[in-house]
Design a protein around this ligand. Structure first.
Ligand code: FES
Length: 151
């Protein structure tokens, strides 16, 4: 009879195998050790986007002198939303604010390795991540327009 540890290991192997099949090796690594997960301590702008699936991705930016110095994300959604949020934050990092609007769902998919890197039903998660980033950019513009008007 299998021990508890053996059952847990077998289950973990099965989950890992299914995740590799869904995301490929690179996506699997990003899912397992998700970079940019969480709200950066100095984040001063944020945005969120909720998909028709009901899940939300939040994107946080720390912007100084119009440049993204730190970026992070949170999601209550699926594995695809995790790796998409992670890639959107990575693409935003070190960019000038003027470059952020060009980070689209397609760009997130490309960053992850192309359209086949997410299961077809989950491709919208890349757009959800890009939308959250654009909302954070909108937050930056709103706050700065208010500042400039009141200066
Ligand atoms: Fe809802 Fe991926 S975020 S299915």
């Amino acid at each position: 009879m299998a021990t508890f540890d053996e059952i847990v290991n077998e289950l973990q192997d099965k989950i890992n195998q299914e995740t590799i099949e869904a995301f490929g090796e690179e996506g699997f690594e990003r899912w397992r050790n998700t970079p940019h997960r969480g709200k950066p301590p100095l984040a001063n702008y944020q945005g969120a986007s909720t998909g028709s699936c009901g899940d939300t991705i939040q994107l946080f930016l720390y912007i100084e002198d119009d440049r993204v110095c730190d970026a992070g994300f949170l999601t209550d959604g699926c594995g695809s939303s995790m790796i998409s949020g992670s890639m959107a934050a990575e693409l935003a990092l070190n960019k000038h604010c003027d470059e952020l609007a060009a980070i689209s769902g397609e760009a997130v998919l490309e960053g992850l390795g192309g359209p086949d890197c997410l299961p077809e039903d989950d491709q919208h998660c890349a757009w959800l991540a890009a939308n959250a980033l654009h909302e954070a950019l909108g937050d930056y513009y709103k706050q700065n327009i208010h500042k400039r008007i009141s200066d």
